[in-house]
Design a protein around this ligand. Structure first.
Ligand code: MG
Length: 308
């Protein structure tokens, strides 16, 4: 089974100028939870003055109704964020670091090594509880907005370090959308070899469509054997250090490709597109980057056929 990890409500909205109301966020996450998606990144326990888009994650978590077999995930940057999440009965958390030192300093004000020290302490706390699932994000695996190209060996070392923390899932991020199918292979192949016995749910890829290569990269990762793919409804998101650039791989585009290839995800394409279309309306008719969604909307507008 191929799994799509929906990051729109957090990674997507965090990088959007328009701040969605709490009611709209609840609608969005609840709608996504009814599409067949099993994993949805709903929010983040970060500082409201730094990330105003995520200021109401506590309330969001309280308002969400439980959905069978759907996991709601929250990003936590440090021990303080972790405690806030735990106090709201969050069961799925995401930690993050980057390969690039400069990116880490700019993003979280910490060296890579210090971020691992912090994460180790967070993992100790999580393990003491026993029922929390952890996802570890590693950013700038293929390139950094400050340092340029990153050597594969440097990336692989940080990715190994994240796995060594005993996270349940590792999300391998192309933060600025510079990977290509060949460089994807350079990173993914050794990981699949080294962790072959448990690679299935452990390894996830997180591609950005900054230069239009996200879907090609996802396809290559799929062919290599990756089974978990991060994507964002509408293609929402971006990079705080590249204003105006396209964002995450769009869920509609990824799902369209998979379903047309006959790959089952148990996710309803029409429901995903209807959610994307309604979200666009609620974001003041924002045009989303997803090509599949644009086609779906075009057909809907003409009231001809559903692109189901
Ligand atoms: Mg992203």
């Amino acid at each position: 089974m191929i799994k799509i990890f929906e990051v729109g409500p957090r990674d997507g909205l965090q990088n959007e100028k328009t701040i969605l109301s709490l009611a709209d966020k609840v609608w969005l996450v609840e709608s996504l939870a009814k599409t067949g998606l099993k994993d949805i990144e709903a929010g983040a326990f970060v500082r409201a003055d730094r990330v105003p888009q995520m200021a109401d994650s506590e309330e969001l978590q309280t308002k969400l109704s439980p959905h069978q077999d759907v996991n709601f995930w929250y990003l936590v940057p440090n021990r303080k964020g972790l405690e806030r999440a735990l106090s709201k009965n969050v069961k799925n958390i995401a930690l993050f670091t980057a390969v690039s030192e400069t990116f880490n300093q700019n993003n979280i004000g910490m060296s890579v090594s210090d971020s691992f020290t912090e994460m180790k302490q967070m993992m100790a706390r999580v393990k003491s509880l026993g029922d929390i699932k952890v996802r570890g994000y590693v950013s700038t695996v293929w390139g950094c907005p400050f340092e340029g190209k990153i050597k594969p060996a440097q990336s692989l070392a940080v990715l190994d370090q994240m796995i060594a923390l005993e996270v349940d899932q590792l999300s391998i991020g192309d933060t600025i959308g510079v990977a290509n199918p060949v460089s994807v292979e350079t990173i993914i192949k050794p990981l699949l070899q080294n962790y072959s016995s448990r690679a299935k749910d452990l390894l996830a890829v997180h591609f950005h469509d900054t230069r239009g290569t996200a879907l090609a990269n996802a396809l290559r990762a799929f062919e290599l054997g990756i089974t978990v793919f991060d994507s964002s409804i509408g293609g929402l998101g971006g990079c705080p250090f590249a204003p105006g650039a396209a964002g995450n791989l769009a869920t509609e585009d990824l799902l369209y490709l998979l379903k047309e290839m006959g790959v089952d995800t148990e996710i309803n394409y029409q429901k995903i597109c209807e959610t994307g279309m309604e979200l666009s309306r609620r974001m003041k008719d924002k045009t989303f980057t997803s090509k599949a969604l644009q086609a779906f909307i075009a057909n809907c507008t003409k009231n001809t056929v559903w692109d189901s």
